[in-house]
Design a protein around this ligand. Structure first.
Ligand SMILES: Cc1ncc(COP(=O)(O)O)c(C=O)c1O
Length: 279
């Protein structure tokens, strides 16, 4: 855990950071967040995160104007104070405090929380690992494209994975795959890379956006389209992307082995290209 956190214009000790019990983020998950990766002391893809934060706060009509310059300063200060080399910065913005009522009032004052945590990333240049995933029904609310802390369905799904010794939970809606509990999902079939389109049914991952640019640059074939559970099981390769997992191979899904449990060539090449682009 970080020693110093940022809370509403103040840098304070982690243990001293407190939020009122009628904060709407606490009571209703009426709040949004971003997770920004730090690798070798470098803050990555900051502008993409700010763009998505603007989207989340405006879709939910928060009384909050994203000040990227100020947030960048806060993040940089915390990286230095907490001596962070590899890890994440967690930013959460709640709608604010109001006496308990489902309907929100206009012009509440948001609570802004920023802290850091160390993290060991799964890097393709050293001890690169493939992991097991399970599948689970996608029971989330109808707007997973907004990065809210309303994550009950995600945490139920993630806990199922944890109970079964799996790294991630791939979410199934009807017959199709949307994404995973905390990452985007990609399959490779006959050298074509396939991922769910960035619409209202998934979170448009920052890592996903960056990787799509890399795929186009390398000249591989990408198709953004829906795919089924059957296609997932029959894939040549499967991988997930997120700020915490970067590009991480999935080599088993439920009881099905993918690529005989070996990391696929395309997955490895993409993970390496992604890693090169950030270091
Ligand atoms: C549901 C979900 N999808 C996708 C992602 C990947 O997003 P990003 O690449 O911006 O971390 C996340 C990240 O937390 C997530 O929670």
């Amino acid at each position: 855990m970080s020693k110093i956190v940022y809370l509403n214009n103040k840098y304070i000790q982690f243990k001293d950071a407190k939020i009122p019990i009628e904060d709407r983020g606490f009571q209703f998950s009426d709040s949004v967040y971003e997770v920004v990766k730090i690798i070798d002391k470098k803050m990555l893809d900051f502008d993409f995160h700010m763009r998505r934060l603007k989207y989340s706060t405006s879709e939910l009509n928060f009384n909050f104007k994203v000040n990227s310059k100020l947030l960048k300063k806060i993040f940089q200060k915390l990286i230095i104070s907490n001596k962070l080399s590899n890890g994440i910065i967690y930013l959460q913005i709640t709608r604010g405090v109001q006496s308990r009522d489902h309907a929100y009032k206009k012009n509440l004052k948001p609570n802004i929380i920023v802290y850091t945590a160390k993290k060991k990333f799964n890097l393709p240049n050293k001890d690169f690992r493939g992991f097991k995933a399970i599948t689970y029904p996608d029971i989330r609310w109808g707007r997973p494209d907004i990065k809210t802390t309303s994550l009950l369905a995600n945490i139920i799904a993630a806990t199922e994975a944890s109970k079964k010794g799996a790294y991630e939970t791939i979410l199934v809606k009807g017959k199709k795959i949307t994404e995973a509990a905390h990452s985007n999902v990609w399959i490779v079939k006959d050298n074509k890379i396939i991922t769910h389109p960035a619409n209202k049914e998934i979170l448009k991952g920052v890592t996903r956006t960056v990787l799509i640019n890399i795929i186009h640059f390398i000249g591989l074939k990408l198709i953004e389209k829906e795919f089924s559970l059957k296609e997932l099981y029959n894939s040549d390769e499967v991988f997930i992307t997120s700020s915490g997992s970067l590009v991480t191979p999935i080599t088993q899904i439920d009881s099905i082995k993918i690529n005989n449990k070996k990391i696929g060539k395309i997955t490895k090449a993409l993970a390496l290209s992604f890693y090169k682009s950030i270091t």
